[in-house]
Ligand binder design. Structure first.
Ligand code: PEP
Ligand code: MN
Length: 245
């Protein structure tokens, strides 16, 4: 809670449209921090009380039952992009009559455009309205790259040019290095992508997850000041704390 409070205030100050609230974390090693799980719900309650809209990642259909009670954007992580049985059920489990959910589909780090768009089609067939699907580029595994990952602006821009999906960029997982995050984020906004998703932490070196790519809130503050004319996502469908149990 102490870590989240200053970040919530920063997001509110800049009208950041969505705040990450991933209580479930897909981690490579089973001994790594797996997220707070339902113990994180008091923090979620605080964020909703502040009027923030949330994006959160269910790693399973069980998680989705929890996440859909507080998040407006349901994140499908890179590792689940081709979990077809999961994708087939996402739209079915969401009540679009009640909340105008969006589903953000991250590109698997070895997947091509055809595979990415095919997974988006699975979501659509599951009942997610096409216009509510957001694609998120998060980089490809590349052993020649400084931190083992290359953010693929060309691939993402091709999708932006040739489809009507919103396409956003994740420069945090796409570089794995804090010093590269904001230059890439500025590049993404200058290219006309629909948004960026950025990881920050009040003491980056203490982050339990992805510490090397977490940026300082002061740097995020400066970036957001520069973007103030571009922050314009619509503001429909806020959750209130009474909507989750
Ligand atoms: C994340 O966004 O927190 C994440 C785990 O990213 P990815 O699924 O792209 O690895
Ligand atoms: Mn992360």
């Amino acid at each position: 809670m102490e870590q989240v409070k200053p970040l919530a205030h920063l997001a509110l100050k800049h009208n950041v449209p969505y705040f990450r609230s991933n209580i479930f974390k897909p981690r490579t090693h089973p001994n790594s921090f797996q997220g707070l799980g339902n113990r994180g719900l008091p923090i979620i309650e605080f964020l909703l009380d502040q009027g923030l809209k949330l994006v959160s990642e269910p790693c399973s259909l069980d998680h989705l039952e929890s996440v859909k009670q507080f998040a407006n954007i349901i994140q499908v992580g890179a590792r689940n992009m081709q979990n077809f049985e999961f994708l087939k059920n996402i739209g079915r489990r969401l009540d679009f009559g009640k909340i105008n959910y969006q589903v953000m589909l991250k590109r698997g780090f070895s997947c091509n455009i055809h595979e990415w768009l095919s997974s988006a089609e699975y979501l659509e067939k599951s009942g997610v309205p096409r216009e509510n699907i957001i694609l998120c580029e998060r980089g490809s595994r590349n052993f020649a790259a400084p931190h083992g990952v290359t953010l693929d602006f060309g691939l993402a821009y091709k999708v932006k040019l040739e489809t009507d999906y919103k396409v956003i960029i994740d420069p945090s997982h796409g570089t794995k290095s804090a010093d590269l995050v904001l230059p890439m984020a500025n590049g993404a906004m200058a290219m006309g992508f629909d948004g960026v998703m950025i990881e920050t932490h009040p003491q980056p070196e203490q982050s339990k997850s992805d510490a090397a790519q977490a940026i300082h809130p002061a740097d995020l503050d400066e970036f957001l000041l520069g973007q103030r004319n571009l922050i314009n996502w619509n503001n429909r469908d806020r959750f209130s704390t009474s909507t989750y149990n």
